[in-house]
Design a binder for this molecule. Structure first.
Ligand code: SF4
Length: 343
């Protein structure tokens, strides 16, 4: 980071940059020039913004910085997955991002919060409690500052935190990533995952066209509430009612994330109930192998059971895949991200 005293420009929208240049007494079109330097040319300092006059660059640099900062640490898996640790907040906290190369795709799984309030019982992030939401700057920095940034084909907001518990920052990041003045990505390259926070979900559905992934894990109210406390506030049936008002049969994709636990949610009755819930929504299902974390009562479902569960959903016309586990040896797989709170 250039300095913590300065306000980062990276992560700002065109509208916010127009306000910055107005405050600096610079011409309005300078906001578009700054966007190009930030998001197209990806410079690291204001001094490199060579089409701004020298006095304007100096004035801008007295109060602002670009805000690019590299990860503090990385861990490489034998399967090519790389986990990065980024500083967050006042520098005493950190979050993790996971780079997942796969044939012609390169996906980055990013974090939106330091810790999480949702308290899902199977998740390491939930276990560590909540230590603050990331700013749009801290979220987009993960995308722009990982070593393979230029090669990324997809971004999934499935790392630490509940994205829709930080909805303003998440919507701002989606705007920066998809706007022509920003990274100009298709929204189809972005997936936002959620446990189903209804107010944020409605905004995400109305204000963007990114893909949506809902963490389901059980089709039954009582059982889901026992695993995911959010079910008490926003039951799945209300989430499904909201989702049923949107079209997921064409460009936009809705997926249900389903971690499979032995003897808990892996039998035929669960598959049938899941099919009844998801078929009318046009959702597909990702079955996820559970990665045991210390002190949980859960066991990983058998491979044969997962294959049978998938086939049963397929027989109901639901596209269902078993997600390949990646980065397990570096604790980068689903539910394993913990970040670190520095001593
Ligand atoms: S699974 Fe997601 S929402 Fe639940 S505690 Fe973990 S990070 Fe939070």
């Amino acid at each position: 980071m250039e300095t913590t005293q300065l306000t980062p420009l990276m992560g700002m929208t065109l509208g916010q940059l127009q306000a910055v240049v107005a405050e600096m007494g610079m011409p309005r079109f300078s906001a578009g020039q700054i966007c190009r330097w930030l998001y197209e040319k990806r410079v690291e300092s204001i001094d490199e913004m060579s089409d701004l006059s020298k006095p304007n660059r100096a004035r801008l640099a007295a109060k602002y910085c670009v805000g690019r900062y590299a990860p503090m640490r990385e861990a490489q898996s034998i399967d090519g997955t790389v986990k990065y640790l980024f500083a967050a907040g006042d520098g005493t906290k950190a979050v993790e991002s996971v780079y997942i190369p796969d044939d012609d795709r390169a996906t980055l799984c990013i974090s939106t919060q330091c810790g999480c309030k949702m308290g899902c019982s199977f998740c390491m992030t939930g276990r560590q409690g909540f230590h603050g939401s990331l700013t749009a700057h801290e979220i987009i920095n993960q995308v722009l500052s990982v070593p393979h940034s230029e090669k990324l084909t997809n971004v999934v907001m499935m790392g630490m935190g509940e994205p829709l518990d930080n909805v303003e920052a998440v919507l701002q990041v989606v705007e920066v990533m998809t706007a022509q003045w920003g990274l100009a990505w298709s929204p189809k390259r972005i997936t936002v995952s959620t446990v189903g926070l209804l107010p944020g979900l409605k905004r995400l559905l109305d204000e963007t066209s990114v893909h949506v992934a809902v963490s389901v894990h059980s089709p039954y109210h009582e059982e889901r509430a026992g695993i995911m406390p959010i079910e008490n506030a926003y039951p799945l049936r209300r989430v499904a009612a909201l989702l049923s008002g949107y079209d997921f049969r064409h460009q936009r994709r809705l997926s249900a994330e389903y971690i499979m636990w032995k003897g808990i949610n892996d039998d035929d009755a669960h598959a049938e109930a899941l099919a009844r819930l998801l078929k009318p929504l046009g959702a597909r299902v990702n079955l996820i192998r559970f990665h045991a974390i210390p002190g949980t009562k859960f066991d990983t479902a058998d491979d044969a059971t997962m294959v049978h569960f998938r086939d049963l959903l397929n027989s109901h016309g639901i596209i269902c895949t078993i997600r390949r586990s990646r980065g397990e040896d570096i604790a980068a797989a689903c539910g394993m991200l913990a970040g670190k709170v520095k001593e």
